[in-house]
Ligand binder design. Structure first.
Ligand code: SF4
Length: 327
């Protein structure tokens, strides 16, 4: 399957007080049309920075230091601000954690949907309004015609996030970057919003880059997963393969943190220690201070990325040369 989005060797650095800090380094992945790629990791792992870079929304002091971003066969990280803005509204949409980031508090919901469509699609105002009403119905907003004239603050958090989904889908984008889209919501509402996101994507063939710290969210909706740690992708592969046999010790720790479906309040397993900060990088494998399986080489040499079954794993334990040596 050919890729809709290709991120190749992407690095982002932050220049602060005459120091260059690496936010993400050598990040590569692809997303096929209609595919949901989950990007998971702890806070500060670099997943949101990656999403922001794909959206062309990096702001100083952050800047792209290396790599390229190719969307639908065209390199987009070199586009000017105007071309990128046009692409962002139409072909690539964003859904953020806080619906109020995406919604204008001073505009009615109907006006926001209509304005977005009129900016990007060759349709009339009455067509836009009819389409806005259909979209609100599709995302499960009761009495959609009346809701067109409501303001965001008049809706609950869950309803607002449904409106954000309507806004994201209104121009029929080919890719949605969803950054922690359900983190601020109650667990029962989270499941509904994820279900809605997955259904709408499946029906339209929309691809999604789903950024989350929650492996449970990934397990429910993602086709493939990229696990990030300290600014790098440490494992990438099909969701099922990662759930059944994660290759990287960090991924295994994340998997163990998924609460049991039957006992959602079960105590979560924590990975001891903390991820290194960009201003205090560690040598070798960035995970080695926390890794129960670390050995001498891990502290001095950063592992490459090795094929392990259907996944790629950045861990010396996945190095075929090591297996050949009987380690
Ligand atoms: Fe652990 Fe070493 Fe693998 Fe890093 S390379 S995850 S420290 S075993």
């Amino acid at each position: 399957m050919s890729a809709l989005l290709e991120v190749r060797g992407l690095s982002v650095e932050i220049v602060a007080r005459r120091r260059r800090l690496t936010a993400i380094a050598d990040v590569s992945f692809e997303i096929a049309a209609g595919e949901i790629l989950g990007v998971v990791g702890e806070s500060g792992a670099g997943k949101s920075v990656t999403g922001t870079a794909v959206l062309g929304l990096l702001e100083p002091p952050a800047r792209q230091a290396a790599g390229e971003i190719v969307f639908a066969g065209r390199r987009i990280d070199t586009l000017g601000a105007e071309a990128m803005r046009a692409l962002r509204g139409k072909e690539i949409a964003a859904v953020f954690q806080d619906p109020l980031t995406s919604l204008d508090p001073l505009m009615t919901i109907g006006a926001q949907l209509a304005e977005t469509m009129l900016t990007h699609l060759p349709i009339t105002r009455s067509e836009a309004q009819a389409r806005a009403e259909r979209l609100l119905a599709e995302v499960g907003i009761p009495a959609p015609r009346e809701r067109l004239s409501a303001y965001p603050h008049e809706l609950s958090g869950g309803m607002r996030q449904r409106v954000v989904l309507a806004l994201a889908f209104c121009c029929e984008p080919r890719l949605i970057i969803a950054d922690e889209p359900t983190t601020a919501l109650d667990v029962s509402i989270q499941a509904q919003i994820l279900d809605l996101l997955r259904r709408m994507c499946r029906e339209r063939g929309t691809a999604v880059m789903l950024v989350t710290h929650d492996m449970g969210v990934i397990a429910e909706v993602a086709d493939r997963v990229a696990v990030m740690y300290a600014g790098r992708v440490v494992e990438i592969g099909p969701t099922r393969a990662l759930i059944e046999a994660a290759g990287h010790p960090y991924t295994r720790g994340l998997m163990a943190s998924i609460p049991s479906m039957r006992r959602r309040t079960a105590e979560l397993m924590q990975i001891p220690g903390a991820m290194p900060r960009p201003d205090a990088p560690v040598a070798g494998c960035a995970f080695h201070p926390r890794c129960a399986r670390a050995f001498d080489r891990c502290a001095v040499e950063r592992p490459g990325s090795f094929q392990a079954g259907a996944s790629r794993v950045a861990c010396w334990l996945a190095d075929p040369a090591l297996a050949g040596a009987g380690a």
